[in-house]
Design a protein around this ligand. Structure first.
Ligand code: ZN
Length: 303
């Protein structure tokens, strides 16, 4: 029944309205996650209107399009999304929209699949949390700039210039992050979080990454998982575990309680931004600010 109502909503939206409010001669761009919204704003600058569907703290694995979202998608000149089945429920909407709209652009299509981390949890068969490798995010930037220039050739030079500035900032971020992580001894590089969002981060910086909830938040952690991980934390003498901003913290608290019940202590090292940035207008509301914040939080807590 739900599905029928939803399809009806989409159909009605196609017939009903064209959103004129954004028509100021600029490209109307719709993005999904806050990371992609930030990226496209950096490259598009004031030559584009960017509307991000997901806000801060929103979990993209579980996100469902509202009727208002569908309206935005239908009227968009370009839709940018992560892909690799990160936006599990939105992909269905994209498919239903079919030829009624511009083809959505999955930025992850820019990446060499052979280099990605495999995952049985996603229909894509890949772990979709690729933005935690800055090199991949740079490739997102390249792809977004190319698409913008194709759609709006008059501004191509400006998009290219913005891209160069942004790539230089990402390069500086990489250097800074590397320096910070080098202060943490290799044997202390174990990252325990609520769900497996940090595998690419771990691969890039030599962390062993353990997620309590499996790789998607759509799968719940069982009692056995908690027990097993508690034993692992004690054996490895891990000082801190981490909450994530877009995942309820009860699973991590259950893990902390389990460690305590075995006569040990593990602290909660802070809240990491995993699948969404911090609030708009704050430092952590940008990809670069988020990345630095996460690294500082992790390194300070595990030292
Ligand atoms: Zn995730």
């Amino acid at each position: 029944m739900k599905k029928i109502i939803f399809l009806l909503a989409i159909t009605l939206t196609f017939i009903a309205c064209k959103d004129e409010s954004q028509d100021n001669g600029k490209l109307n761009i719709v993005t999904t996650t806050t990371m992609i919204t930030d990226l496209v704003q950096n490259i598009g600058g004031d030559m584009v209107n960017v509307q991000g569907l997901m806000g801060s703290g929103v979990d993209p694995h579980l996100y469902k399009a509202s009727e208002g979202d569908v309206n935005k998608l239908v009227n968009a000149d370009i839709i940018f999304y992560n892909g690799l089945h990160l936006e599990g429920k939105l992909v269905e909407v994209f498919e239903k929209m079919g030829s009624n709209t511009k083809t959505p652009i999955a930025l992850a299509d820019a990446l060499d699949k052979k280099t990605l981390i495999g995952s049985e949890y996603f229909a894509s068969n890949f772990d979709p949390h690729v933005w935690f490798d800055i090199n991949y995010f740079k490739q997102f930037a390249e792809k977004a700039a190319t698409i913008l220039s194709e759609k709006n050739p008059e501004n191509a030079e400006k998009f290219e210039a913005n891209k160069s500035v942004y790539l230089a900032k990402l390069e500086a971020l990489q250097n800074k992050v590397k320096q910070t992580i080098e202060t943490l001894p290799k044997e202390k590089r174990v990252l325990v979080t609520a769900h497996d969002a940090f595998n690419y981060f771990g691969k890039a910086y030599g962390f062993e990454v353990v997620g309590l909830q499996g790789i998607s938040t759509a799968t719940e952690a069982g009692v056995q998982d908690v027990q097993k991980l508690a034993t692992f934390i004690i054996e490895k003498q891990i000082k801190a575990i981490f909450v994530e901003s877009s995942v309820p913290k009860r699973t991590i608290e259950a893990l902390q309680a389990s460690v305590k019940s075995k006569g040990h202590d593990v602290k909660i090292g802070g809240t990491l931004y995993s699948d969404a940035l911090g609030s708009a207008g704050t430092v952590e509301g940008t990809y670069i600010g988020m990345f630095e914040y996460n690294v500082n939080t992790i390194v300070n807590a595990l030292k």
